[in-house]
Design a binder for this molecule. Structure first.
Ligand SMILES: [Fe+2]
Length: 264
């Protein structure tokens, strides 16, 4: 089999064919996937029906799986693997553009999902945060250089009914530790609360602009899931949005995330 890499849009995502992720991945194949991942920000592998043991083994090629999650149910035999199941639309914290766990001090760098049960609908969208940064004017780039914002897990706390709301402070422009490229690092207005050293009235319009600017249709790929799909993405230079249009239908995906670095 020859690996083929086909960009999915002009901005983000690539489809990979010619690789079976249930088999061990050799170094040469990993290097091809790694380069494609750094270039495209998210990769789609159709028809994998990835088994939990193989998903954990594949994830370990990319880093250290995060163990333990207060919200998601882990599989007994695989403490690194968590099931994402249906959640009520009213409280779905994932139905907003976000980078996973941005409200923690050291957010995960990569997320890998394997689709087990897929309803009609329930698409996920991704956007390219390198482009979001690069498309800013030189003047605005200079203005936001070095700024940091407080990020809140309030949406998640609402979803889980927790009264503990985690927060973290991160730069709103981060440099990808592997590529050296700058990416905009922002989130939904409930998540990106305030820029350090500014009043809320000063920072709100700027954060709102950067959020809206990141997610224009020319910067987005929308994935229509099929059972057996494996999708992996880079939380350091993309955001994603889980569309909730499937009512009460069953939806199950197996997720592994990989430990990241402190955003800089
Ligand atoms: Fe997410």
């Amino acid at each position: 089999m020859t690996i083929q890499i086909k960009p999915l849009t002009g901005s983000v995502g690539a489809a990979i064919t010619g690789v079976n992720l249930n088999d061990p991945i050799n170094d040469a194949t990993f290097e091809v996937l790694h380069q494609a991942f750094l270039e495209h920000g998210m990769l789609v592998f159709r028809g994998q029906f990835l088994q939990p043991a193989a998903q954990v083994a594949f994830a370990r090629l990319w880093g250290t799986p995060v163990q333990g999650n207060p919200l998601l149910k882990g599989l007994a035999e695989f403490p690194e693997l968590f099931q994402v199941t249906k959640i009520p639309k009213e409280t779905a914290s994932t139905e907003a553009w976000h980078s996973d766990s941005i409200y923690t001090a050291v957010p995960p760098k990569i997320s890998i999902l394997s689709a087990v049960t897929i309803p009609v609908g329930g698409d996920t969208m991704w956007c390219n945060q390198y482009l979001s940064y690069e498309r800013l004017s030189p003047t605005l780039k200079r203005l936001i250089e070095g700024l940091r914002a407080t990020f809140s897990g309030g949406r998640l706390a609402r979803m889980t009914g927790s009264d503990k709301v985690p927060t973290a402070v991160h730069p709103i422009v981060r440099t990808h530790p592997e590529t050296g490229r700058k990416a905009l690092y922002v989130g939904h207005p409930d998540t990106a609360l305030c820029i350090e050293g500014m009043t809320e009235a000063e920072s709100r319009p700027l954060l709102d602009f950067l959020y809206e600017h990141s997610t224009t249709p020319d910067n987005v790929y929308r994935h229509m899931w099929q059972e057996g799909d494996v999708v992996m993405w880079d939380n350091r230079n993309t955001m994603h949005y889980a569309v909730h249009d499937y009512g009460n239908a069953e939806r199950v995906l197996n997720r592994v995330t990989l430990e990241g670095d402190v955003p800089r």
